[in-house]
Design a protein around this ligand. Structure first.
Ligand SMILES: NC(=O)c1ccc[n+]([C@@H]2O[C@H](COP(=O)([O-])OP(=O)(O)OC[C@H]3O[C@@H](n4cnc5c(N)ncnc54)[C@H](OP(=O)(O)O)[C@@H]3O)[C@@H](O)[C@H]2O)c1
Length: 373
């Protein structure tokens, strides 16, 4: 493989079209990895927003055959980014520091690996990395496998596109891969105002399901406009009493003791309860990987058996997983305007600390996106 070093300053002197033409021509000539270093937001140690460092010389590894180099135009801030920054998953991630945070991305293909035929240099794409990826997307150039990206819908901006994949793929994993929802079924989304919950509502509506959800007053109009049949303001109503009927699937984005109890009690026989707050990482962090992981697996199995006998339901911890079928379906729905994650505020990537602080202090409750110059 031939490799050409292109620094960020060199990158800045040519406009988008010229750069894409150069990248495309070089790619065809066999120069697979055009960038060897770039600017990135690096996490050298766990802590508050102040630990984040912008470095100009983060390494860009050579592309593997199935990988795509994406020039970032926008990356969204997910709760997972904040949690990892604070030490969540330290049992796995601590030895791998320094890390680059970020899962979501929207940008342009800058280079493709040898076996990638479905994408070309200059193409606009969006996608998301696996939750445990150590080289994230808060960088001028990110590397994703070809299964983790899809063509960006032309009708939406990079900012709007970057807000969708991680959240929507999490909802997809729960509803389509685990519960396998079908038309006419009833779905309850606990926490429908957030990015995952709101995506879950829209995926369920698109699948032809009847949807109930709980959220704060500020989110009620938005979830009803997205097609939810029932929206309960959990801050003023007793949502256990307000929920109507029984459900085939419950996606619990909150995962508290009460939401779990209520979610399980409102399921039909054979229904699926899925929480986003699985115990694998917290228990591994608390007891170390060697004890925490088997302990959490035992806890999950115990709960699965217990609820199967006591309620006749299936109990799951849901984790986001990249899924080529999922990202393609998400692309189609986004293109049709049937799947959106509203962006409340954008920050330049240089203000990543401010963006994390705003999310952490809930100064901005909605989606925050970091933009690249
Ligand atoms: N297991 C996994 O793989 C996985 C993957 C993704 C996320 N998660 C976890 O799931 C949880 C939810 O994630 P998320 O990405 O959906 O978080 P999020 O978008 O930050 O939403 C969190 C909460 O913020 C409120 N909110 C969001 N947008 C709002 C707006 N525009 N106006 C008012 N309130 C708003 C919502 O409250 P209301 O619902 O009360 O309105 C929502 O429940 C997090 O704990 C995250 O760590 C887990």
């Amino acid at each position: 493989m031939r490799c050409l070093k292109l620094s960020r300053s060199a990158n800045q002197v040519v406009d988008f079209n010229s750069r894409n033409l150069i990248f495309s021509s070089l790619n065809k000539l066999g120069f697979r990895s055009l960038v060897t270093s770039c600017r990135a937001v690096v996490l050298p140690r766990f802590g508050g927003p102040e630990v984040l460092e912008i470095r100009e010389d983060a390494q860009v590894p050579a592309l593997k055959p199935n990988e795509v180099l994406v020039r970032s135009r926008a990356v969204s801030v997910n709760p997972l980014d904040l949690r990892i920054r604070s030490g969540y998953g330290r049992s796995i991630l601590e030895p791998l520091l320094p890390l680059i945070l970020g899962r979501d991305i929207s940008g342009e293909v800058a280079a493709v690996g040898d076996s990638v035929k479905s994408l070309h240099v200059g193409q606009e794409v969006f996608g998301a990395l696996h939750p445990t990826a150590i080289r994230g997307t808060y960088a001028d150039y990110a590397i994703l496998s070809v299964e983790q990206v899809a063509s960006k819908p032309a009708s939406i901006s990079h900012v709007d596109a970057s807000a969708i994949p991680f959240a929507a793929l999490t909802a997809w994993r729960a509803l389509k891969c685990t519960a396998r929802i079908t038309s006419g079924q009833r779905v309850l989304v606990i926490g429908g105002g957030g990015a995952v919950g709101f995506s879950a509502i829209q995926l369920s509506v698109a699948a032809g399901c009847f949807v109930s959800t709980t959220c704060e007053r500020e989110s009620i109009d938005r979830v009803l406009a997205a097609g939810a049949d029932q929206a309960i303001d959990y801050t003023t109503e007793d949502f256990e009493l307000a929920i109507e009927g029984h459900f085939d699937a419950v996606l619990d984005t909150i995962g508290g003791t009460d939401t779990e109890r209520i979610g399980i009690n409102v399921l039909k026989h054979g229904g699926h309860y899925m929480t986003l707050q699985g115990e694998a990482a917290p228990m591994s962090d608390r007891y170390g990987l060697a004890i925490g992981l088997p302990l959490s697996t035992a806890l999950l199995l115990k709960k699965q058996i217990q609820y199967r006998f006591s309620h006749g339901i299936e109990y799951w911890w849901t984790y986001m997983r990249p899924d080529p079928e999922g990202i393609d379906a998400i692309r189609r729905l986004s293109e049709l305007g049937k799947l959106k994650v509203p962006v409340q505020k954008t920050y330049p990537i240089t203000q990543v600390k401010e963006a994390h602080e705003a999310k952490e202090k809930r100064l901005v409750p909605g989606k925050v996106v970091l933009e690249f110059d």
